[in-house]
Design a binder for this molecule. Structure first.
Ligand code: UN1
Length: 508
């Protein structure tokens, strides 16, 4: 369009934004790891990998930083996170734009991701005065029993391309107020946002004035560098977001050295549409959850179960929404669906659609669209499936929504739960029995279960994560902070006798 003709290339724009965010030009030509924009597939920078020795040295510095940071009072640690929040507010526009240029999100979602970072910083600052344990009634006279939460140690954070900065912040904001250093290995596909966030952290640390050297580190590299974090005994917790395949590698290795893990892996999120639903509201909720972020959220809606009685009237409305959504350069006004992260993601989408067709599915949309350069742009696909076949039970990280019919709620809940993943789920209904059934012990088996909103777009105030192959971890709000601390149970005897628990006697 005319609009694109006068626009700078994504690479030029990204370099200008990086400069404003404080990333030195020299860093962008320091090595041969290529950073690309999904908007056109073109190269933005060539970065230097972190060597294995450098990664181990960073873990060493974090270990030293831990010895100091754990002694800093928690609210004073919170002051650092407040300053990170300030820096994020000031840089919101630029960092949001960089998310658009490096991850392909439309501007509202790029900015939304930075807002999510600001929100978790605010949450963590409040938390820095609320890291409290319980006082528990003891069975013994003149005794007191309580629990104390202590800092844990350096936390490894492995993040995915689709939320290149927010997921770091969920982990880092909590870890830092909890007294822990943070060593971050971002996705190889989104290293530039990692560099920008690191520059922003360094400004906040300088303003704080009491931040030990090595409190945070950024590791640039592939799987080998992630493995160093996973295997190093000085790292007691690794929080990893990504594929189930990655989790299968990381989880057992952490377990074998008795380290903790927070795993946020695949999702295969569903919505159940009941006859009593507000269909206008449901249509919007489904459209956003299924097509937003080009289907590349862990929480993206991938399966829709429509009640038989409304199926034939609702489906045409959904098809119309799919046909009208604008796919293109996310910088262009009105575009709601940007590119997939790379051509491999596009090929995976094509393969999934072929498998769906082979299994009896009818595919609407899903065609490749030429936009700029080598960008992997696809129209979102709506796929009518006769039943929940293997491809439906598999997570394809692309905008594909499988639609199926159901006759009653029990059948729909059983189908929704009959997948290996357990992240997010939702029901659209105005019937209180349906809603409560869905939320009950015999309802959705997911970590997130919503009523009258889609499965994606969670606020940070709740604990985020899911069950089964999703990995079981919880991040962000509620009491997720407890995973980043070590709990000590303390029993104090302030009397002059020594009563033993359970009435045991031991007279010497
Ligand atoms: C993810 O896709 O990795 O609920 C996280 C949401 C966002 C986070 C998604 N707040 O969609």
């Amino acid at each position: 369009t005319r609009d694109t003709a006068i626009r700078p290339t994504p690479a030029d724009e990204a370099r200008a934004v990086l400069k404003r965010l404080g990333v030195a030009d020299a860093v962008l030509t320091a090595g041969d790891r290529i950073a690309r924009s999904p908007l056109d597939g073109a190269e933005i920078a060539r970065l230097a990998d972190t060597s294995a020795d450098e990664a181990r040295a960073a873990i060493g510095r974090a270990t030293d930083a831990f010895a100091r940071w754990r002694l800093v009072p928690a609210p004073e640690r919170g002051r650092l996170v407040a300053l990170i929040g300030d820096e994020l507010r000031a840089a919101k526009e630029d960092l949001g734009r960089l998310v658009t240029l490096e991850a392909g999100k439309v501007p509202a979602e790029g900015l939304g991701e930075v807002q999510e970072m600001i929100d978790i910083c605010d949450f963590a600052v409040g938390l820095s005065r609320q890291l409290h344990g319980l006082t528990i009634a003891t069975e013994r006279t003149d005794h007191r029993m309580m629990e104390t939460w202590h800092p844990l140690g350096p936390v490894g954070v492995i993040t995915a391309f689709n939320f290149p900065v927010a997921v770091w912040s969920w982990n880092a904001a909590l870890a830092l107020v909890c007294g822990n250093p943070v060593i971050w290995k971002p996705s190889e596909k989104t290293l530039l946002t990692g560099l920008a966030v690191t520059a922003l952290f360094e400004r906040a640390a300088k303003r704080h004035g009491n931040v030990p050297d090595g409190l945070t580190a950024l590791l640039i590299g592939g799987r080998d560098i992630g493995e160093i974090l996973v295997d190093d005994p000085r790292v007691p917790l690794v929080s990893a977001t990504g594929s189930t395949a990655m989790g299968r590698m990381v989880g057992p290795r952490l377990a074998s050295r008795f380290a903790r893990s927070i795993l946020e892996l695949g999702g295969n999120n569903a919505a159940i549409l009941q006859p009593s639903a507000d269909l206008e509201l449901a249509l919007r909720g489904i459209a956003f959850s299924a097509m937003g972020t080009a289907g590349q959220r862990c929480t993206t809606l991938r399966r829709l179960f429509i009640h038989d009685s409304i199926h034939d009237s609702f489906l045409p409305r959904l098809k119309a929404a799919y046909a009208s959504v604008k796919v293109g350069d996310p910088r262009e006004a009105g575009v709601l669906v940007g590119p997939l992260i790379d051509s491999a993601a596009g090929e995976a989408m094509e393969r999934a659609l072929a498998a769906a067709r082979a299994a009896g599915g009818t595919v609407h949309g899903g065609d490749k669209v030429e936009v700029i350069g080598q960008g992997a742009y696809y129209r979102p696909a709506l796929v009518e499936m006769p039943r929940q076949t293997d491809i439906v039970r598999h997570e394809t990280f692309a905008p594909i929504l499988y639609v199926m019919r159901h006759h009653d709620l029990a059948e729909a809940i059983a189908a929704q739960n009959d997948v290996p993943q357990g992240l997010a789920s939702s029901i659209f209904t105005n019937d209180i029995r349906d809603a409560e059934r869905f939320l009950s012990a015999s309802g959705s088996d997911c970590g997130i279960a919503n009523v009258n909103i889609g499965p994606s777009g969670a606020e940070i105030g709740g604990a985020f994560g899911g069950e089964k192959e999703t990995g079981g971890g919880r991040e962000a709000g509620s009491d997720a902070w407890k995973a980043y601390m070590r709990r000590a149970t303390n029993t104090i005897n302030y009397g002059s006798t020594l009563p033993l628990a359970q009435g045991v006697t031991f007279d010497i």
